[in-house]
Design a binder for this molecule. Structure first.
Ligand code: F6R
Length: 583
């Protein structure tokens, strides 16, 4: 969600900045812009839509001589998707890009208007620019500090001042890093943006101000220069390449066997996993797919460990009254580790002195750093906005926690063969392409299942709707008769997930009900005895710890191919952002 890149050095800044913005495209955006600091002037170029539009505009423009610039991809929050609202914004001597939301922007705007400040956009960001400009009398550090002390909400800013050859950066509740090059330095939302130029970076902490010129970076905390820890990234730019696949989504699904194998090997050492049996109650808190992974995990925790386990979406959990028992564990699940609501939920639990455990992919993220304990899933970079391999690893990590709790050595043996089984299923992807061909013109689709199968349905349904834009819903199979069945008509695709043998007959009877109303039924099961309707795919029967790991890749591929048949922008579905850093 919004991407920031800043550059100071000898190269053409516009080249480095555009390159960086492209690497941040996966975060989701709807307009972009760039500002270059010249000898006399700041040149600002903005464009609505994809970065290619910005590139086209740049090509047509006479670019000024410059050694420094800032750039931005905007995901609209305050104000529509227009050039005027796109960043960078400039007022007076200050040019700035922003990620986050200034919550008291309206109040501040009214105050500033009384002081005759003229605004050119509908954004909250412009208020921050005006405020910094108001306090700027040649001392950038003072102006930034003074202005940010008046802001409520979240922000990551990259800032330039007219006539100053330095870049400035500050953040609160929104990620920002500084990158160290040779004769050049960088600001970025994440390391992927600048990985072609440097692998060395530091995380900017809340309230710190970084000042960059091409030779050095100084970071101030409470007015003092501090020494920052330098992190060496091990991502390669290849991680962010499609490696011959048409889309990142497919590439990332195809990586599932490899990353699963890595996870099982790493955590075969149980001592790396916390013992969840010492808790009386577990809350799993997350958003979207991460929450759906949590629902699979909760079903396993309750079944196998007899521990009460609730799953709640973070945006609700953060504001509701939560009744904690002293022996509660809160598990936060997040690929990015930067999801604003999940961060807030984690802080709520911490404020109550409740133990927090993160299942997270990005090791340097806020959640990874602030949680009492973090388990890293090791998915590598996930570029497609729709999560696939990270979801699979989140489920696998929860399974491992349960296996450790039950000390189930047999399950650990079984884990070894799971990556191979996933690989075999992915090898049959043409079959799922066939399903996609059958359904891609549908207006609606439904996913039905019971228990843990319903948890898989939720993820399958989300995957389909978010990439193919087909309206889709998941239902507990038994609930259909209580309303939804009125939507069933001839040819509506209904996906039935049937893996839990205790309730397979029950779900099958719901299947018959929708089929009697002419729905097209696509069944994914682990039981060859389950009847075939329009389509049936049988995955190997494995223990419940691992069954979702074999079923959900099938659903991911159906979602992927359906979007492909529709010719959609699969890796960047409309309106979505990879990392939801605002509420
Ligand atoms: C859907 C998807 C989202 C994320 C959700 C949480 O494909 O990717 O639903 O799962 O936005 O994101 P993280 O895991 O980064 O907290």
């Amino acid at each position: 969600m919004c991407g920031i890149v800043g550059y100071v050095g000898e190269q053409h800044p516009e080249k480095v900045l555009i390159d960086g913005l492209k690497k941040l495209e996966y975060r989701g955006y709807d307009s972009s812009g760039i500002a270059l600091m010249g000898q006399k002037d700041v040149q600002i170029i903005k464009s609505v839509g994809r970065i290619i539009n910005l590139e086209e505009t740049l090509k047509k423009s006479k670019i000024i001589d410059s050694n420094m610039g800032i750039a931005h991809t905007r995901w609209a929050t305050h104000g529509g998707v227009t050039e005027a609202n796109a960043h960078p914004h400039k007022i007076g001597k200050v040019t700035l890009v922003h990620n986050g939301i200034i919550e008291n922007a309206n109040v501040l705007r009214e105050e500033l208007k009384k002081e005759k400040v003229k605004f050119n956009s509908e954004t909250d960001t412009e208020v921050a620019v005006a405020l910094i400009n108001k306090y700027y009398d040649g001392n950038a550090l003072y102006a930034i500090k003074k202005a940010t002390s008046k802001l409520k909400g979240s922000y990551a800013f990259a800032i330039m001042f007219d006539g100053d050859d330095k870049l400035y950066a500050i953040r609160k509740d929104s990620p920002l890093i500084i990158g160290y090059g040779k004769g050049e330095n960088f600001i970025a939302s994440d390391i992927a943006a600048i990985i072609n130029y440097t692998k060395d970076y530091s995380l900017l902490a809340e309230g710190e101000i970084a000042i960059l010129d091409k030779e050095k970076i100084e970071v101030f905390s409470d007015g003092e220069i501090i020494k920052k820890k330098i992190i060496h990234s091990n991502i390669t730019s290849l991680d962010a390449d499609k490696c011959g696949y048409d889309h990142f989504m497919l590439k990332e699904i195809m990586e599932e066997p490899k990353v699963l194998d890595g996870l099982f090997k790493r955590y075969s050492d149980f001592s790396l996993l916390p013992d969840i049996t010492k808790y009386k109650e577990i809350h799993i808190v997350a958003c979207g797919s991460a929450m759906y992974a949590g629902i699979v995990g909760a079903s396993l925790i309750e079944e196998k460990c007899n521990i009460k386990c609730y799953v709640e979406c973070a945006s609700e959990y953060r504001y509701k009254k939560v009744i904690y028992d002293r022996k509660t564990l809160v598990i936060l699940i997040s690929q990015s580790g930067e999801t604003a609501d999940t961060i807030a939920a984690m802080r709520k639990a911490k404020d109550e002195k409740i133990d927090t455990l993160a299942i997270v992919n990005v090791e340097t993220s806020t959640i990874a750093r602030e949680c009492d304990k973090a388990l890293f899933i090791g998915a590598g970079v996930e570029v497609a906005v729709a999560t696939t391999k990270a979801y699979i690893l989140q489920v696998a990590m929860l399974s491992l926690l349960v296996i450790r709790a039950t000390n189930d050595k047999k399950a650990m043996e079984e884990a070894k063969k799971i990556p191979g089984e996933v690989n075999n299923i992915l090898g049959e992807r043409e079959i799922f392409e066939g399903v996609a061909k059958d359904i891609y013109k549908a207006r609606d689709a439904f996913f039905i299942g019971r228990g843990i199968d319903y948890a898989m349905c939720m993820e399958g349904s989300l995957k389909l709707k978010e990439v193919s834009y087909i309206h889709s819903d998941a239902f507990q199979a038994g609930e259909l008769k209580h309303g939804t069945i009125s939507l069933i008509e001839k040819g509506v695709p209904v996906f039935a997930i049937i893996t839990d043998e205790r309730i397979k007959d029950k779900t099958e009877s719901n299947v018959v009900e929708v089929e009697s109303r002419d729905a097209f039924v696509y069944t994914i099961t682990n039981d060859p005895e389950v009847p075939n309707h329009r389509f049936r795919y049988v995955v190997p029967k494995v223990s419940p710890y691992f069954q979702a790991l074999l079923v959900v890749p099938v659903l991911q591929l159906i979602g992927y191919y359906t979007a492909k048949f529709k010719g959609l922008d699969i890796d960047k579905p409309r309106n979505l952002a990879k990392s939801v850093t605002v509420e």
